[in-house]
Structures are given as C-alpha cells and as structure tokens.
Design a binder for this molecule. Structure first.
Ligand code: FAD
Length: 452
C-alpha cells in the first residue's frame, strides 16, 4: 500500500479511529489521545466495500445506528464531534489524517478478519511519517498471552479458562477522559441518517426498539441492574421465561462496555459470580479461537466434517424454522423472539440450532447466516463458534451424537409453558414438520458413516 501524506501544519492532531469500541470509558486509544494537547478528531468509518469485512446484518445495523447516536451525544458533551465517513479504511484513514493534519493515528485492536488489514494500514501510515499506536481491544486477555506449555493455542474450553484465570488478571479499566481538545477546523463528515442503517419501509424494528436501549450509559445501567438483582438467580439461566441473563451481549458486541469493566465490576460486588464470569470465558474462547483459526463462518473447525452430507439448499424446512412454524413450541418461540426483538435466549439458541443442523440436516452455515442477519449481538466470532459447537464440528464441541430433543428440552426448561405462550402460543396447534425419531436416526447414521 502506498500512502502519501502531505507535510503537517503547525497544529498537531491525533486521529482516533473507533470501530467495535463505541464508548468513552476503558477506551485506551481515546485515553491516550486525551493526553494530546493540540487536538483530537474521533472518527467512525462505515466500511461496506472491503471484502474482508462481513457485511452487517439488518438487526446489527439498527443497533449500530443507535449506538453511534449515543456516542455522538457523549462526545458532544466533551465538545468533540464524531466524524462519520463511509468507505474503505485504507483510503479514508490516510485521507482523514491528512485533512485534519494528524500526526498520530490511534485505535483499539480488532482480532478477527480485519486485523491483517489493520496491520498493513499501520505499516503504510508509518512509512508516510504518521505515528500509529494500537491498544488492547475487546478482550480480557490478548490472544497471544494465553497458550499451552508448548506455545500452541488452547482448543478445549476448560483448560483455556483455567489458564486464563490462574495467574492472569484482566487489566483495570481506564476512566473515561474528562477532557478532549477539539481541533479548530472543519472536518468533512456525513450525516448518520444518510447511512440508512435503520429500516423505514417497512419499519420492522419496532419490537427491537422497545426491548433495547443501545449506548454506553444503557450498557452500564444494564450491568448495574444485573448485579443488583438477576445475578442472584443466575444459576437458573437455562430457563428462558425467568430472564436471569445479563443481556449484555449486544453491548459487549459493540464495545459499549468492555469485558474488563464487566469483569472488575462483577468481582467487586462479591457473591457467587463464577458461573457468570465463566460465560464471559466462552466469549473469550470464541474470540481466541477466531484469532488463531478464523474466519470461523466459512470452514468447519474440525475438517473431518468437510465431507458431511449436510443439505446446502435453503428448503421448506428452513423456511418453517426461520419463521417459527416448526410445530416445536420452544423452537418456534425462540425464532419469534429473535425475529421480533433481535435476541434469543442462549439455551433456546442451542435447541433451535440443533433442530436445524441435526434433525433438518441443514448446513450450520445456513442457520448461522440467518442469526447473523437477525441478532443484535451478531458477532463474527461468537456466532459461528457457537453454531459449530452445536453442529459438532467446532472447538471443544458438543459431540455430534448429542442431539437435543426439543420436546424434552421444553418440558425441562419451560415446564409451565410460559416462554412458549409468550412468543409462539400458536405453535401448539401446528403440525410438527419432522419426526424427531427418524431424523435423529438419519443424523446418527450419517455421522457414523463419517467417523467409521
Ligand atoms: P449471559 O448469560 O449474561 O452471559 C454474559 C456474557 O457472556 C454474554 O453477554 C456474552 O457476551 C457472553 N456469553 C455467554 N454465553 C456465551 C457463549 N456461549 N458464547 C460466547 N459468548 C457467550 N453470543 C453473542 O454475543 N453473539 C452471537 O452472535 C451469538 N450467537 C450464538 C449462536 C448460537 C447458535 C448459540 C448457541 C449461542 C450464541 N451466542 C452468541 C452466545 C449466547 O447465546 C449469548 O451470548 C447469550 O445468549 C447472551 O445473553 P446474555 O448477555 O444474557 O448472556
């Protein structure tokens, strides 16, 4: 990459490029910029053209719009505008740096598919005389700091999490900068509304809007309320009607709160929080796995499954599944919860994913893509990681032969039918689209043929 930056004028400026870190607190790049007395420009770039970035799904775009609005507001209180630009980073970062006379470009790290491109950009900017610094991003531990004794990445969750939690402590979160100095010149910016991230015609996001409040303030409030109340009932997290989860996943996905903040605030409350923290461990494991073995949405982590005879065409079974019309109450309720609010309870995600991959025999990538489009927390690591986990081809995955029976799962985790009645009361009258017994037998036969 060849980047020519013009010589800088006398006002030296720091450009902070925000990505999956839409917050002011525990934002190392922003804190470092706060030390720069000459001026700070904060940029968010919507890159819908670079092939290495997975295009955002509809629900994720909705969240991004609201989150950027909230960020604009909190930066505005510090007198700093949020500069919005659309295009490829390799062109726009140097261009914006040039336009604002930036001698420093700072960002917090990404660990997925974008990181090689970030590294190339860093090199190119440095060659043109710009100082570039990157800081720890949205993890508790940098992926290269957690390794087995022989230096290889962990592939089993329990060993991974033991290694994380013995001898390592996540860094203390940084406070939000109290002050940032704005630059004395106009920097070209686009209007958020012009990005058309929210649906208009039809506006399918009403249910999402009424359930969620994106933004850093809401993220901290959600954590506070969880730690005051729900955490005490967290051991019942598998019961979807009881609403005992933190519901922090979209806030974490967009970096409105950092996992380090969640970790330290949770520990400071005392009590039995190990189970909750270990779920953050799954998030960490998914992201470390993506760092070492990704991208995860394309390839089976266990290559043995490359010849597995999954159905790769979207068929009538898939349509019934995605619209919650399978006749299996808990699956239909989950798919309705997802469609209406952009979220689905974790246990129900597992049951729905199992029905699709094992009983309907569809390729996990088809279900993963639907979740990617409809989840507000759709994450490039967690989503395919969990799909592969359920499908049996992933890291430390549920063994393929363990096939959820949705009727039994419903009896166990929604015994009085409260969850199903809330989201899919109609499901009880629907004929079931498949026979569990025969489809299970077919799945096991295909699996045994693979491992024979
Ligand atoms: P809590 O129980 O309160 O857990 C706290 C945090 O830990 C969560 O906010 C989340 O960040 C993390 N976490 C919990 N469980 C997992 C897990 N299994 N894997 C990774 N992180 C976890 N989570 C996403 O954030 N994005 C996704 O795209 C996503 N796709 C999924 C797809 C499938 C098929 C399955 C089975 C799970 C998926 N998950 C995904 C994981 C999990 O369902 C959600 O993180 C969880 O439901 C969020 O609810 P919560 O915030 O109340 O979680």
């Amino acid at each position: 990459m060849d980047i020519q930056c013009e010589p800088y004028d006398s006002e030296m400026t720091t450009l902070v490029w925000l990505r999956d870190d839409l917050r002011l607190s525990d934002n190392a790049a922003l804190s470092a910029a706060a030390d720069d007395a000459d001026g700070v420009v904060v940029l968010y770039l919507l890159d819908e053209v670079s092939e290495h970035l997975r295009p955002l799904g509809g629900a994720a775009k909705w969240w991004l719009h609201q989150s950027l609005r909230a960020l604009e507001h909190s930066l505005g209180q510090l007198g700093i505008p949020l500069v919005l630009r659309r295009g490829a980073a390799e062109e726009l970062i140097p261009a914006v740096a040039r336009a604002c006379g930036a001698d420093r470009v700072l960002w917090n790290r990404r660990y997925g598919a974008a990181r090689d491109h970030d590294t190339k950009l860093k090199t190119a900017l440095r060659q043109s005389g710009v100082v570039v610094r990157s800081y720890p991003g949205d993890l508790l531990f940098e992926p290269w700091t957690i390794a087995t004794r022989t230096g290889t990445p962990y592939q089993v969750y329990s060993a991974f999490w033991r290694a994380c939690t013995s001898g390592h402590t996540p860094a203390d979160p940084l406070p939000a900068p109290k002050q940032l100095t704005s630059v004395q010149r106009d920097i070209e910016s686009e209007s958020l509304d012009s990005w058309l991230l929210t649906p208009a015609n039809p506006d399918w996001a009403a249910g999402i809007s009424s359930r969620w409040e994106p933004g850093e303030c809401a993220a901290h409030r959600t954590l506070g309320e969880f730690l005051e109340d729900r955490v005490q009932r967290y051991s019942r997290r598998d019961f979807p009607a009881e609403e005992t989860g933190s519901e922090l996943s979209p806030h974490l996905r967009w970096g409105e709160i950092s996992p380090r903040e969640v970790w330290h605030q949770t520990l400071s409350t005392g009590g039995h929080v190990g189970m909750f923290l270990s779920e953050l461990g799954w998030r960490e494991f998914a992201k470390h796995t993506a760092f070492h073995f990704g991208p995860l949405e394309q390839r089976n982590l266990n290559a043995r499954f490359d010849t597995f005879p999954w159905i790769v065409e979207r068929n009538a079974g898939f349509d019934a599944w995605k619209f919650g019309r399978t006749g299996f109450g808990i699956v239909d309720a989950g798919m309705q919860e997802l469609w209406q609010t952009g979220f689905m309870h974790n246990r129900v995600r597992m049951i729905a994913a199992s029905l699709l991959t094992k009983n309907l025999g569809l390729d996990w990538r088809i279900g993963e893509a639907w979740f990617w489009d409809t989840l507000v927390d759709a994450d490039e690591a967690s989503n395919p990681f969990n799909w592969q986990w359920v499908a049996g081809c992933g890291a430390d995955a549920a063994p393929y032969f363990r096939i959820f029976n949705p009727d039994l799962q419903q009896k166990k985790f929604d015994p009085d039918g409260a969850y199903v009645s809330k989201w899919a009361p109609y499901s009880m009258t629907l004929p079931k689209i498949i026979d569990l017994k025969t489809t299970r037998a077919d799945a096991l036969q295909a699996y045994h043929a693979l491992v024979r």
